[in-house]
Write a protein that binds this ligand. Sequence first.
Ligand code: NAD
Ligand code: UFG
Length: 353
Amino acid sequence: MNILVTGGAGFIGSHTLIELYHAGHTAVVIDNLSNSNPVALRRAAELIGVPEIPFHQIDIRDRQALEQLFAHHTFDACIHFAGLKAVGESVAKPWEYYENNIGGTLTLLDVMRHHHCKNIIFSSSATVYGDPAEIPITENCPKGTCTNPYGWTKSMLEQVLMDIQKADPEWNVVLLRYFNPVGAHPSGRIGENPNGIPNNLMPYITQVAVGKRPELGVFGDDYDTPDGTGVRDYIHVCDLAAAHVAALQCFTAHSSQITAHSSQITNHKSLIYNIGTGHGYSVLDMVNAFTRVNGVSVPYRIQPRRAGDIATCYCDPAKAKAELGWEAKYGIDEMVRDSWNWQRQNPEGYPEP
Ligand code: NAD
Ligand code: UFG
């Protein structure tokens, strides 16, 4: 298939490109580079073994640019990663988040339907479950109250996509709810490249390990978890990337079999999958695994809880295995090994393009 990859220069997008090409697909990337660097695309092309990955610096809110793109390419499907994703920033700048993520996606969907491209995989998030009603979280778990505008953009866009599919059954919508992506390509050539102070645990750990920050703050040790620190379902980004390739089969002949199995989903052509490992690890589990595997210590200090955090979040990934034949291959050791390999080789992230 020829796939439009929005946000393809970013962390998850760049890793997904490698899996797509290895599976025999081709891709065209659009990205406004607001949170990414084109060097990631050059390096992804090197790892794939192609001279370049077709790239257009386009903002998904730019209807005219999208129309031009679709006038020159035929796409079988879109994998839609583009969006702003910093939880704290979204609290300070809600309008910017709704306008970019929701406004941009509405424009993208409109141009897609004008050009009869109605297959989409959307990057959703475990955040839509809010404080989850059940652990492990299955796809039947009700959606919850999000604690920030970023989370609401994901929750609202899921609804938008399902409503559009219901109104026009030519659409095929796959909502992948990612748990906590970490790790990097094992080569260390591409990885997560946060701007400024990292919000997320793993890039903070690697920046402490490489000496850029003095110590990790552990946000709370009084949760109702085995060691009191927050428990999450960390997933290696290469496993997450592979899940997108597996999800493409929803757009082919197999899809009727898959939808037949999805009896619990009222709207049969909007398919929802949890993408995680099914294992929960605490903050201290991650710190200890990092030190054990990499031989580098990570000084930390217990701090107060972070507003909006929940105690425990991990999924039951059985549905993705049963219907897509996908399951995570990598464990915690590979996650911390590859995160460190990327950071060690690229202490300042990507170079200027
Ligand atoms: P990322 O920031 O590395 O990648 C997103 C890309 O989208 C960036 O390259 C950015 O420049 C681009 N972008 C943003 N707004 C755009 C616009 N208006 N037009 C064109 N390009 C635009 O983030 P990521 O970690 O790779 O996440 C990819 C997707 O997965 C996002 O939608 C994110 O919300 C979602 N997600 C991420 C996580 C996570 O923890 N990383 C968890 C759940 C869901
Ligand atoms: N944590 C620390 N110190 C830090 C950073 C995080 O102790 O410096 C703790 C948090 O309190 C939490 C755990 O590490 O217990 C994981 O925190 P992250 O910020 O890495 O991830 P979250 O689970 O809070 O959220 C992430 C993304 C969300 C997404 C969610 C589910 O940031 O956008 O995973 O996919 F919605």
